[in-house]
Design a protein around this ligand. Structure first.
Ligand code: NAD
Length: 318
């Protein structure tokens, strides 16, 4: 990106998730130019009007929307949120076929329109969709990533922080693998400040029991279902999580985030699949997937996740 030029974010899909990502970016001052594209013209125009009416209160930006994909031309990052979402009782994997079909139409046109862009996939099942988008785009692997387990990890950190009565910002803990039912909590490397979580025992700040761990992980896995049952969609936390990933890309921050990206010979049994492990994210997209320490159970969990995702990738013809 040449110095002095504005940064442009294109968001595909102006539903609950797309519109909230735009809002979070606008409030945080991420991207000076934000455009939304949706096949539903009335919806995208209404969302953009509402967002524009708040411009007075946030860092300088422009926001446009259209049902013409041309609005995405020359974007620096394209965020894809278009597609079907889970209905109560559905898993994310149930969306693979419908959302792959949308990608088949969208991705080649987006690459033509915004040839320098990093593609950030949010549409579910996000690991499958990231793989599909990578193959359809023909882009180098670094330039196609998925929001992965950034959201799940923030749910995980929130619950640990609440259990131990510490600031969520001081909890360092990751959910890895699939953004979905086979995801894996990396308990062995979880820390509060500099203290490993399994050594944490501070009066009035708790000690994590096996029961606590089970409850916390069940809550993380169940969070989307619980929210969807109550209000039909999850949007705020994914909006903020995606704005943070976008910030790391556009500001070249080299932030370490558990995004989904193509892993090659990551560990035995984890190859040619997109899933999340802590990775360095910068202007080039996802630079390096870190070789994080894993105990035997965590490694077995990640291999299982890889298998599940690969099966779904094959089921949609990739
Ligand atoms: P939504 O139904 O509110 O919005 C989807 C939007 O996509 C709609 O406005 C629809 O008109 C639009 N759309 C459909 N096909 C399109 C196309 N071909 N081109 C452009 N726009 C198109 O759904 P939502 O709640 O915003 O969820 C969107 C996606 O994000 C779902 O797949 C959902 O599962 C996923 N999601 C992912 C995460 C994550 O952590 N990765 C979190 C929450 C939701």
């Amino acid at each position: 990106m040449p110095q002095g030029s504005t940064t442009k974010i294109a968001i595909i899909g102006a539903g609950s998730v797309g519109a909230t990502i735009a809002y979070a970016c606008m409030v945080r001052g991420v991207g000076q130019q934000i455009v939304l594209y949706d096949v539903n013209r009335e919806k995208v125009e209404a969302e953009v009007l509402d967002l524009n009416h708040g411009l007075q209160f946030v860092p300088m930006a422009t926001i446009e929307g259209s049902d013409d994909l041309g609005v995405c031309a020359d974007a620096d990052v394209v965020v894809v949120t278009a597609g079907a979402k889970q209905k109560p009782g559905q898993t994310r994997m149930d969306l693979a076929g419908a959302n792959t079909a949308i990608c088949r139409k969208l991705i080649p046109d987006l690459v033509r329109l915004a040839p320098r862009a990093v593609l950030l996939m949010v549409t579910n099942p996000v690991d499958v969709i990231t793989y599909v988008a990578l193959k359809l785009s023909g882009l180098p692997r670094q330039r196609v990533l998925g929001s992965g387990t950034v959201l799940d990890s923030s749910r995980f950190r929130f619950l640990i922080a609440r259990r131990c009565n510490v600031a969520v910002q001081n909890v360092h803990a990751t959910i890895a693998g699939e953004h979905g039912d086979s995801e894996v909590p990396l308990w062995s490397s979880a820390r509060i400040g500099n203290v490993l979580l399994h050594e944490w025992a501070v009066p009035a700040h708790g000690k994590m029991t096996v029961r606590d761990r089970t409850d916390i992980f069940v809550n993380v896995k169940d969070a989307a279902r619980q929210i969807i049952e109550g209000k039909g969609a999850t949007n705020y936390a994914i909006g903020l999580a995606t704005a943070k990933i976008l910030e790391s890309i556009l500001k070249d921050e080299n932030r370490i985030l558990p995004v989904s990206s193509l892993l090659s010979n990551y560990r035995e049994g984890i190859d040619d699949v997109c899933l999340s492990v802590p990775s360095i994210v910068n202007r080039g997209g996802v630079e390096t997937a870190l070789n994080v320490p894993l105990n035997d159970a965590e490694l077995a969990g990640l291999r299982n996740s890889a298998e599940r995702i690969k099966e779904a990738i094959r089921s949609v013809g990739f």
